[in-house]
Design a protein around this ligand. Structure first.
Ligand code: RM4
Length: 280
């Protein structure tokens, strides 16, 4: 009797629990029928997130500037069993961002999840850094996250959707880098942007969280990781003994996109193989 009561109350709390026994494939999909936007999804971490979301049943808008690579990601999401569209946009341009959000709403009717991921990092020393490069990095990385979040949050609030906004930040938001003062500053700004948004959007049931990756095998890091000494350095620094793969970041982002993180907002989740706790 106690057990039955327990189960009844569990079912009442969580409609997704369903019947006892193993979940069917569609029931176990954590983002079934959700609509997600992933910026910078033409490659790297963004692409891995888009594919993972597709595997979990989400319809995914692939946002980026490279049409060929964007369509490649669309096909990967489709091969994972879901729907995707490529929506070209430069996230640092408010007109293009609004057009992108309008296109997603027109296509699928609503937006449940936004993953801010599009970012650049042209490595350059502080003393040599031109003002234009500083501005470009801050525009794409920080202003881009603001513009996309604001445009998507306005739709979520208007439609009464208790959505999820996730930022791919970086451990560079907490630690400096000699060749990336602009990038570190932009990522630190992203963390406080997300925390502030968590406060503003919490009353609407919208959660805002950040994932902070360490060094990941992507195009941004390709040149530096092609140097065996640099690669070895990062592998030694990480207690888990390796650099990250884009797929290592997709799981933690999925957590913040899913109902499993219902009571998380303003959270900063470091995903770096332990690199940043290994200082001594
Ligand atoms: C990462 C991490 C790496 C850096 C890249 C660009 O998040 O901080 O060390 O090379 O960003």
């Amino acid at each position: 009797m106690t057990n039955r009561l327990c189960r009844t109350s569990l079912l009442a709390i969580s409609p997704s629990v369903g019947t006892a026994g193993p979940l069917s494939e569609s029931e176990s999909m954590r983002l079934k029928d959700k609509v997600a936007i992933v910026t910078g999804a033409t490659r790297g971490i963004g692409r891995a997130i888009a594919v993972r979301f597709g595997q979990e049943g989400a319809c995914v808008a692939i946002v980026g500037r490279d049409q060929n690579k964007g369509h490649e990601t669309v096909h990967l999401v489709e091969a994972a069993g879901s729907e995707a569209i490529f929506v070209p946009a430069d996230v640092s341009d408010s007109i293009q961002v609004q057009a992108m959000v309008d296109a997603v709403v027109e296509h699928w009717g609503h937006i449940d999840i936004l993953v801010n991921n599009a970012a650049i990092c042209p490595f350059v020393g502080f003393l040599e850094m031109p003002e234009s490069v500083w501005e470009q990095v801050l525009d794409v990385n920080l202003k881009g996250y603001f513009l996309c979040s604001q445009a998507v949050a306005r739709v979520m609030v208007e439609q009464g959707i208790k959505g999820r906004i996730i930022a791919v930040s970086s451990i560079s938001s907490e630690f400096g880098g000699s060749q990336q003062a602009h990038y570190c500053a932009s990522k630190a700004g992203i963390n406080l942007l997300i925390k502030s948004m968590a406060i503003s959007l919490g009353p609407y049931g919208i959660t805002c969280n950040a994932v902070l990756p360490g060094t990941v095998e992507t195009d941004i890091n390709r040149d530096s990781l092609s140097c065996p000494d640099v690669r070895q350095y990062w592998c030694r620094r990480a207690p888990l003994g390796r650099v990250g793969m884009p797929e290592d970041i997709a799981g933690p982002v999925l957590f913040f996109a899913s109902d499993d993180s219902a009571w998380c907002t303003g959270s900063m989740l470091v995903v770096d193989g332990g690199t940043s706790v290994n200082l001594q």
